[in-house]
Ligand binder design. Structure first.
Ligand SMILES: Cc1cc2nc3c(=O)[nH]c(=O)nc-3n(C[C@H](O)[C@H](O)[C@H](O)COP(=O)(O)O)c2cc1C
Length: 137
């Protein structure tokens, strides 16, 4: 199993329709190609983890990097791991605004959640660390 984590900045006029379109494409392509993962969106920043076959994940990342709905795409970590972290999700999606974060004590929960993973890998650890960083900003 191969995993890849990156972050990016959404184009300034990104709409909720853009997000819906991304999720629709992702759910179809990812489930057809055994890709799973999680996409976090907060205050114009994306953070995504992709897991699956190495070739498929890396080819998908090449398409994602060319996507004009975001820019400054930075690869944070990639590597092999034993099993999926988001096995049930063709693309889990989390979008948070400041109110929701406060209301749910979400940052605290995220930190706790990140420690629940069976075999935390460097990339997943980085994913949650970055998630907390983005949400705290
Ligand atoms: C932040 C972000 C995340 C994306 N995640 C995925 C994904 O997980 N799976 C997917 O198939 N497309 C995803 N896309 C869409 C791809 O960038 C691209 O539109 C899709 O691969 C189709 O590319 P093509 O038109 O070159 O075939 C994402 C786009 C953005 C902006």
């Amino acid at each position: 199993m191969f995993e890849l984590v990156y972050c990016s900045v959404a184009k300034s006029n990104l709409t909720s329709q853009d997000i819906q379109d991304i999720l629709e494409t992702s759910k179809k392509f990812n489930s057809d190609n055994q890709i799973t993962g999680c996409l976090l969106y907060h205050d114009h920043e994306f953070l995504q983890v992709l897991e699956g076959d190495q070739q498929v994940v890396q080819d998908l990342f090449i398409s994602i990097k060319k996507d004009l709905r975001h820019f400054n795409v930075i690869l944070l970590a990639e590597g092999e791991k034993e099993s999926r972290t988001f096995a049930k999700w063709s693309m889990a999606y989390l979008e948070l605004n400041a109110n929701e974060i406060q209301k749910h004590g979400f940052i605290k929960d995220l930190k706790a959640f990140s420690q629940l993973a069976d075999k935390p890998t460097h990339a997943i650890d980085l994913f949650w660390t970055m998630a907390v960083h983005i949400l705290n900003d």
